[in-house]
Ligand binder design. Structure first.
Ligand SMILES: NC(=O)c1ccc[n+]([C@@H]2O[C@H](COP(=O)([O-])OP(=O)(O)OC[C@H]3O[C@@H](n4cnc5c(N)ncnc54)[C@H](OP(=O)(O)O)[C@@H]3O)[C@@H](O)[C@H]2O)c1
Length: 332
């Protein structure tokens, strides 16, 4: 698989990574498929999808424990990307960016992952109670202590923070500028997909200009862009899509033209090319610093997604995807 590099440390990873969240969190049946998930992780590593993206919060903790079972045997094949800063409380998910907590959480992640170093340690969310420089300073000390190789920042909370007239990631860029004063950012993780392209406006070019890698989260639109979901199908109550405004029966039907367009492009590349692969190829085409982390617990999807790295969309394909209708159904 084509290799890409992440950030100033120029750490090499396969162009398509693996999002491990659906193995333990947020999707239908995530808690019942341990063995299949293990096979999926092994398959990813066999195919060169080396970047495994997890978080202590997924499960909570069980996602890292699952990866630890693979890393124990295959650490040298993998690039380990995990996150700190969010805790699953009794009622809510809460942020914790206190330095002491960050140090303890890192040690706990290392134990669960059965490794002595994390390749990319990401701040999952900034804690509103703690200046982000303090949290980032504690993370930088972990690099100096040799427990972590590089640092990243997630920008997923941006969705609810857009003020009228501001671009979606303006506040994220301001936060990045602050932490850059403390220690270099190697990667930013934010949503990027055919139906959520907002990061291309300012955040992607900002990262590219500074040699910062970009992990594209939810590159398959939470599964919608694969064309395997049916409008009106149900989602379990703890599935993130049960509350997602784009996954009501009405919005799924309204957004079908996006899938139809992806399928049309796919057909030009062969009968076995899928909308999912075109969606990933579009993300890959947004810059050499971009690494999509499609999430799955299924070996067959890992294989299909890895093959997207070999797809070469033409300028016409990319223009056609860019002109697909805007997605309907909004969080705001
Ligand atoms: N930093 C953050 O705050 C944050 C937030 C969200 C996500 N992320 C990261 O980004 C990763 C990706 O996001 P995501 O998993 O939420 O969304 P996604 O990658 O857009 O979609 C995941 C869904 O697509 C399905 N799928 C995957 N490949 C498929 C294929 N080829 N054909 C048909 N269905 C396919 C999966 O099914 P199965 O479940 O059945 O395998 C899963 O339901 C996560 O795993 C996580 O690592 C980070």
């Amino acid at each position: 698989m084509e290799r890409r590099t992440i950030g100033a440390a120029a750490l090499a990873v396969g162009a398509v990574g693996l999002g491990c969240m659906p193995m333990s969190w947020a999707y239908n049946g995530s808690r019942q498929r341990g063995d299949e998930s293990l096979r999926a992780v092994h398959r990813a590593l066999d195919l060169g999808s080396t970047l495994l993206d997890t978080a202590d919060m997924y499960g909570p903790f069980t996602n890292e424990l699952l990866l630890g079972r693979v890393l124990k045997e295959r650490r040298q094949d993998a690039f380990v990307s995990t996150k700190v800063g969010l805790l699953v409380g009794e009622q809510h998910i809460v942020a914790n960016g206190r330095p002491g907590y960050v140090r303890r959480a890192c040690d706990a992640s290392l134990r669960r992952l059965q490794t002595d170093v994390i390749d990319l340690y990401q701040l999952h969310r900034a804690d509103p109670e703690v200046p982000v420089e303090e949290t980032w300073g504690a993370m930088a000390e972990l690099v100096q202590a040799g427990k972590v190789r590089s640092l990243g920042l997630c920008a997923m909370g941006a969705r609810g923070g857009r003020r009228s007239g501001a671009r979606l990631y303006d506040a994220t860029i301001r936060q990045l500028q602050r932490v850059q004063q403390v220690f270099p950012v190697s990667a930013v993780q934010a949503e990027l997909s055919v139906w959520s392209p907002e990061a291309t406006e300012a955040l992607l070019p900002w990262c590219e200009a500074r040699g910062i890698g970009f992990l594209a989260a939810m590159p398959l639109g939470n599964g919608f862009l694969t064309g395997t979901l049916t409008p009106g199908q149900g989602f379990e109550p703890d599935d993130v899509r049960a509350r997602h405004p784009r996954f009501t029966a009405e919005m799924m039907a309204a957004n079908q033209p996006i899938v139809v367009g992806l399928r049309r492009v796919a057909r030009r590349h062969g009968v076995d090319v899928t909308p999912a692969q075109v969606a990933l190829a579009w993300v890959l085409a947004q810059g050499r610093h971009v690494v999509p982390v499609p999430g799955t617990k299924q070996e067959r999807w890992v294989t299909e997604n890895a093959r997207a790295a070999a797809l070469r969309p033409t300028a016409q394909d990319l223009a056609e995807v860019a002109e697909l209708p805007r997605a309907q159904g909004s969080w705001e």
